[in-house]
Design a protein around this ligand. Structure first.
Ligand SMILES: Cc1cc2nc3c(=O)[nH]c(=O)nc-3n(C[C@H](O)[C@H](O)[C@H](O)COP(=O)(O)OP(=O)(O)OC[C@H]3O[C@@H](n4cnc5c(N)ncnc54)[C@H](O)[C@@H]3O)c2cc1C
Length: 491
């Protein structure tokens, strides 16, 4: 039907299991181009963004995040005709398409408010020019119509969501990558990507060997499913090492990996060796990813409100000095500081570490949780709007955590997950001479000697303040807290 078509790629930087690409190819076009818009909502704050509601003026994406994105784009550009255009999609795509005689554009549907706003505005401007934009679902395990409930009735509790989808829905098999494409790699975009990559600082030798792109992602999956996955349940809360968890998240976030393909590979690995509680647990974690996507589709902008989906009136602090201390890893709590320094240096930190630092941020510093989420957004190489804001909402107690006020004790966490102190020693070299258990909370004189800061807040007092304030806000909700009641009914 259409002779010249284009794929507008965003968080789907792959060729396998790509429903939009499959749809574009169905009518055998003569020419297929791929276009990536270097601008909002991927690398810049734009017209439809919430103002970056925080004070430090950091760019939207850190250098580490940029590196992974550039590598992923380069991996595509080496195989297909990928062009990079600059600006906001609804402003630049029409002209780009008209100049090339493109008759239809295909892409994947997003569910987050800013991405949706850009997609709608782009669809409208293309429609005016007589170019249809076709959007498909493509980055989740399930499609919206497969869910056994209307999206507005998404269970408030993850457990209920998991039970319902596990009982009722099968993950569809992934689509194969097209055998050949009427498309030839474009040299100029490769040159631009290589130059941008070249200008970035090298990967920190202390971090993990992440390399962006579909091919590297698929290789990582094969490597992990050949062995380490079979003990994932036992190792997944560790802080150090390449194989304690899958490390798939950056590839999943940019769509270099399709979750349905990962799921199919997992089932294959189970057939080849065994299905055990670890292989199940990896699927369980993919369901968390899934849950946060649908949570955003259900709640939209409320996910970004200070009081979250409940609208709690919480007096979050907005103190820049505290924010800075947390970002720079100088809170005086070694496990928190080690994780924050790892994040700042590499763009990645483990799930356990993310929980510890987010808890400290919301339950001890009592800072506006959206500042924490916005900082993670700039830094994480696996930044994913759904998983990041959903997890922060949950950690702040204004999302879908049935317990409401959840907190982590940094001392206990360090003893449990860094018993030898290797993680702290790696990221806080000034504490190298101190052994556990003193390392976990050195006394004041020792800190002075090692040039390490005193605790920025008293842990018990700050926790008590946060807890009292939180429950007062919950109880102060009109007609009691209806949403918490809903949680109880679901449980
Ligand atoms: C405050 C906070 C912010 C976070 N921000 C992000 C983010 O921006 N992007 C992101 O991908 N994950 C985020 N997570 C979830 C989780 O920390 C990472 O997915 C995980 O650490 C990635 O490591 P992995 O790939 O080795 O995970 P594994 O433990 O191997 O899990 C396999 C996959 O399951 C998914 N997954 C695991 N845990 C979660 C979870 N809690 N929520 C959603 N998906 C999960 C990921 O896709 C992950 O790659 C956040 C967690 C917290 C507490």
């Amino acid at each position: 039907m259409y002779k010249r078509v284009a794929l507008w790629v965003l968080n789907d930087l792959r060729l396998h299991d790509h429903p939009a690409l499959a749809a574009a190819l169905r009518n055998m076009p003569q020419e297929v181009r791929f276009v990536y818009v270097w601008g909002p909502p991927s690398v810049d704050w734009g017209e439809f963004s919430f103002p970056p509601n925080w004070p430090l003026g950091l760019p939207r994406i850190s250098q580490a995040r940029q590196r992974f994105l550039l590598e992923s784009l380069l991996d595509l550009a080496q195989r297909i005709h990928l062009e990079i255009v600059f600006g906001e999609p609804h402003k630049v795509l029409v002209r780009w398409a008209q100049e090339r005689g493109i008759e239809a554009i295909y892409g994947h549907r997003e569910w987050a408010p800013e991405e949706v706003a850009y997609q709608q505005a782009t669809e409208a401007s293309l429609r005016e020019a007589g170019i249809p934009l076709f959007l498909y679902e493509g980055n989740a395990l399930y499609e919206r119509d497969q869910l056994p409930f209307p999206i507005q009735s998404l269970p408030r509790l993850f457990t209920r969501f998991r039970q319902l989808v596990e009982q009722a829905v099968a993950v569809k098999p992934p689509l194969p990558a097209p055998a050949n494409l009427p498309s030839i790699p474009q040299v100029s975009s490769q040159t631009w990507l290589k130059e941008k990559l070249h200008a970035l600082p090298p990967l920190s030798p202390l971090g993990f060997p992440f390399k962006g792109g579909e091919r590297a992602g698929q290789q990582r999956v094969r490597e992990y499913f050949a062995g380490p996955v079979f003990s994932y349940k036992q190792t997944r809360n560790s802080l150090l090492g390449w194989n304690f968890s899958s490390h798939f998240s950056p590839w999943l976030a940019l769509g270099c990996l399709s979750p349905r393909w990962v799921y199919a590979e997992l089932r294959e690995a189970e057939k080849k060796r065994e299905a055990n509680e670890s292989t199940y647990w990896l699927f369980f974690e993919l369901l968390w990813r899934e849950y946060f996507r649908w949570l955003m589709a259900c709640w939209g902008r409320k996910i970004f409100a200070a009081g979250g989906i409940h609208g709690y009136k919480l007096p979050w602090k907005r103190e820049e000095a505290l924010l800075r201390v947390w970002i720079e890893g100088r809170t005086g709590y070694p496990i928190v500081d080690a994780a924050m320094r790892e994040l700042a240096t590499t763009g990645w930190t483990s799930n356990r570490a993310r929980q510890i630092v987010a808890s400290f941020f919301t339950k001890n510093l009592f800072l506006d949780w959206r500042w924490g989420a916005a900082y993670f957004e700039t830094q994480l190489i696996d930044y994913d709007v759904y998983s990041n804001w959903g997890n922060w909402l949950y950690q702040a107690g204004v999302g879908t955590d049935g317990r409401g006020f959840r907190w982590f004790d940094p001392l206990r966490q360090a003893k449990l997950y860094d018993p030898s102190g290797s993680f702290i020693h790696l990221w806080i070299p000034e504490l190298k001479g101190i052994a556990p258990p003193r390392l976990f909370m050195p006394e004041p004189a020792l800190r002075l000697r090692h040039d390490y800061p005193q605790p920025v807040v008293d842990w018990s007092e700050s926790l008590k303040y946060a807890k009292d304030t939180y429950w007062r806000a919950v109880k102060g909700m009109p007609k009691g807290n209806q949403l918490l009641k809903l949680f109880q009914e679901e449980e």
